[in-house]
Design a binder for this molecule. Structure first.
Ligand code: DQA
Length: 143
């Protein structure tokens, strides 16, 4: 089984962007850690990042019938995008939402998530390890 890991805007700069909030590890580090974890369970991952809402929506549509689960850090689109929420509702498999930072400890506009209305689970504030925790959960749900 293949698990899709989607990342929204500005996460291409992970490791360089506000490291005091998001840490020093990069998306390439996340990809390597998740690939190893998935591989040990006989699964595989595809990690993608886009600054474009349209591109993320297209990838969610492509996941229909192909991906066994979706892990998504929608970044700022978490708090704004009904379109991303609608797209996730076209997908049948498990969805786990990840935030590297603890959004509940931050500005109040980060406390609401459209994606949480669809996600089976949400992980926030566990740093980039959150992706591995989310992957463990997806592997359990599809196992
Ligand atoms: C984030 C939290 C969001 O509020 C923010 O817009 C991001 C990253 C996180 O991973 O902590 O870009 O999703």
């Amino acid at each position: 089984p293949e698990i899709l890991i989607l990342n929204g805007p500005n996460l291409n700069l992970l490791g360089k962007r506000q490291p005091e909030i998001y840490g020093h590890e990069t998306l390439a580090d996340v990809e390597a850690a998740c690939a190893a974890l998935a591989g040990a369970a006989g699964a595989s991952i595809t990690l993608r990042q886009s600054n474009s809402e349209a591109e993320l929506i297209g990838w969610i549509h492509e996941a229909r019938g192909t991906a066994a689960g979706i892990i998504i850090n929608p970044a700022a689109f978490t708090h704004t995008s009904v379109a991303l929420y609608d797209a996730l509702n076209t997908y049948e498999g498990p969805v786990i939402e990840v935030h590297i930072s603890n959004v509940h400890k931050r500005e109040s506009f980060r406390h609401h998530s459209y994606v949480s209305l669809r996600a089976e689970g949400v992980i926030a504030g566990c740093g980039v390890q959150g992706y591995e925790l989310a992957l463990a959960r997806v592997l359990r749900l599809i196992g």
